[in-house]
Design a protein around this ligand. Sequence first.
Ligand code: AMP
Length: 304
Amino acid sequence: MSIVVVGTVAFDTVETPFGRRENVLGGSATYFSTSASFFADVSLVAVVGEDFPEEHVDFLQSRNIDTAGLKRIPGKTFQWSGRYGYDLNEAQTLDTQLNVLMDFHPELPESYRDAEYLFLANIDPDLQMNVLEQVRKPKLVACDTMNFWISSKPDALKNVLQKVDVVIINESEARQFTGEVNLVKAARQIIALGCKRLVVKRGEYGVLMFTAETVFAAPAYPLEEVFDPTGAGDTFAGGFMGYLANTGDHSEEGLRQAIIFGSVMASFNVEDFSLNRMKRLEYKEIQARFSTFKALTNFRNITF
Ligand code: AMP
């Protein structure tokens, strides 16, 4: 089954303790769609400027991603620059240049409007809402956001969060959005807005998935080499949604399985800068790491 994603396609300048890369391919929709493309058909809605090289579009197409919804308009592509210290869990944004994003009015190709899965990746919440309104009857809608939009457009963001099935955000953003320090209480508040499920990304500490009644915890895959955490969250979301679209299994068990596939995909992405690791990733590596992941969290089921 197919997934439509709206988000950013970007030039990133990233500095980590292990190096610096300038104007490399990035963006929430880029990471998401590349990751999801290992499991399902993906259609992209995004905007780039005249400066965006054709080779990046070729790469997306080589992953079978439908780029009919990728608009090129006059101006410069969205640019983000950020830095990570030795604590790789939190990016410090140095600069955000919205550029062509300010003049973007997404118009979904007719073939996108019957999509069953919709991911509203990190982008202006007004654009997220605009795309949500154009998809006729999605079976499952999920969304992400970040501090930039929480502080600049809190009301528009709240409207989006109320209309989706699954909210996927970082720990610090859950706290920022609710003003609640305790993560469990913050999660309850976000769920009370109307979404059914909240997935909280906690960097190297893994993921928590909340419903009104349940909590599921998954660790992050323990890696020796982490070069660049940029895009880990979007790559996680791509694996999560990709797996759900592939299986159609929305049961609690299916969603937990999807969390692990998301975690596996994110663990590959952080092993190199930009999308370099994803570019050389093979499906058999995903399967192998999934098995190791299972062993990692396996313990004997004893009764007291
Ligand atoms: P992640 O590390 O998964 O949270 O996402 C990183 C990606 O988000 C980078 O490739 C950036 O280009 C993109 N990004 C950064 N800031 C924003 C923003 N304000 N809106 C949308 N995308 C952004």
